[in-house]
Design a protein around this ligand. Sequence first.
Ligand SMILES: [Zn+2]
Length: 98
Amino acid sequence: MHSSMSGKIEKAMRYAHEPDRVTFESFQATFAGDNGSHRVTLSDDALRCDCHLFDAAGGCTHTLAMQKMLDPMLTAAARETTLYGRADAVDSNEAVPV
Ligand SMILES: [Zn+2]
């Protein structure tokens, strides 16, 4: 292998362990939840999900889990998606087991 190419690969391997070098601006992902798959998206510094809890509460287990997985690669604003962004909209009986 050409020596400059092996240097590039070494650098890539080092980068692969430095996730804070990457900031996601947008993405769309399928989240395999326990009760079905959900579409999680990131755009405009906000995580969103197509599940009914997100609709009701402005946050859900799927967005919270993605936030934890991707934390170093999210903007400060995207890190602030809360589990219950609109806590007043959630019936306590619908609380999600953590
Ligand atoms: Zn969800």
